[in-house]
Design a protein around this ligand. Structure first.
Ligand code: UT7
Length: 325
């Protein structure tokens, strides 16, 4: 059966220049390089400059993705920016990126699913493309979490970083089989009962402030390992695939221990896992496209290979997607 597929035809990323090491953080809060590395696998993170809001970080990733695709911005008719750190409450960061790219046609909007944002945005763009509502989409994950961190809270400020990644999806006719290139399956979930485990304690509609990130790390860790395995098993059941069939596993990069535990549960060998958390920290919605761009650029991910992505974040939200590159 002939169907429309969303094929990845470009991928790019951007990391702010400034690198903050664990040693530098240990000068600010009561922590050590040893604790951070042992509990999270993080060695360093990038932090955006004052004149680099999320739209600027996201724009640079979008430009890199378009260049990689060999496409002109005018060909894009849908932009979705997954972010929990928009420049402003409104207008959407996506419309700022749209304008900066010189695009005046189509639609651009933000999507808020925190660390799962890229998976949710990819699923949304894929459904637009499959339904004939868009022909070429930019899906961007862009964050400046450094701006919502309480830099005196050692339990959270050591975990996160800034950055952005983007993919260009293009509608192509497929055969409707797993041999098709493009997004083959998506699965997204949420459960708002867990709001208080991971949230920001401010907002335009409540405190009229931006607020700071708060997290019960241990609880989030426990749910992450359970939910991530569940969503991937759903994607495996929907496609009849298993861990052995996956060429590259590109998980959300929150904690090396969560990544390893999830790969083990799913039967995916560690040398098939793309890891960036050591150098990027947790960049929320940007973490997956940043990792995809790195593995695409260095030649690990090759056209035709099967790529599995998954993420879990505040809400709780979680999800996974299978892409034939
Ligand atoms: O992207 C969204 C999803 N987010 C996540 O997936 C994050 C999930 N959670 C985690 O990654 C881990 O739970 C953390 C890395 C946040 C924490 O690791 P943990 O092994 O769960 O440690 P813990 O929270 O149980 O803390 C252990 C100890 C505590 O001291 P006591 O109570 O045992 O005396 C903490 O106060 O470590 C202490 N601690 C620290 N010590 C040095 C907490 N943060 C630090 C720190 N430096 N930065």
């Amino acid at each position: 059966m002939s169907i429309l597929r969303s094929v990845v035809c470009g991928c790019g990323s951007y990391l702010p220049e400034r690198i903050v090491t664990n040693a530098e953080l240990a000068e600010r809060v009561d922590t050590t390089d040893e604790w951070i590395v042992q509990r999270t696998g993080i060695h360093q993170r990038h932090i955006a400059a004052d004149d680099e809001p999320t739209s600027v970080v996201g724009l640079k990733a979008a430009q890199a993705a378009l260049a990689d695709a060999g496409m002109d911005a005018s060909e894009i008719d849908l932009i979705i920016v997954a972010t929990a750190t928009p420049d402003h409450t409104f207008p959407a960061t996506a419309t700022q990126i749209q304008a900066a790219l010189g695009i005046t046609e189509g639609a651009a909007f933000d999507l808020q699913a925190v660390c799962s944002g890229f998976v949710f945005a990819l699923a949304t763009a894929d459904n637009f493309i499959k339904a004939g509502g868009a022909r070429a989409a930019l899906v961007i994950g862009a964050e400046t979490f450094s701006r919502i961190l309480d830099w005196e809270d050692r339990t959270t400020c050591v975990l996160f970083g800034d950055g952005a990644g983007a993919v260009v999806l293009k509608a192509e006719q497929g055969e409707g089989t797993l041999a098709d290139r493009g997004v083959l399956a998506t699965h997204i979930r949420s459960d708002g009962r867990y709001k208080n485990k991971l949230y920001v304690d401010g907002g335009a509609g409540s405190t009229k402030t931006v607020g700071f990130l708060r997290m019960e790390g241990k609880e989030v860790f426990r749910h992450a390992v359970l939910n991530l395995a569940e969503t991937v098993r759903h994607t495996f059941a929907a496609t009849g695939l298993s861990g052995n069939d996956i060429d590259w596993f590109v998980p959300h990069q929150a904690n090396r221990r969560i990544i390893d535990a999830t790969a083990d549960k799913l039967g995916i060998a560690h040398d098939r896992v793309v890891v960036t958390v050591d150098r990027h920290g947790n960049t929320s919605a940007a973490s997956i496209p940043l990792a995809l761009a790195e593995a695409h650029r260095d030649g690990r991910i090759q056209p035709g290979q099967l790529v599995l992505i998954e993420a879990m974040g505040g809400g709780f939200t979680w999800g996974s997607a299978l892409i034939r590159w």
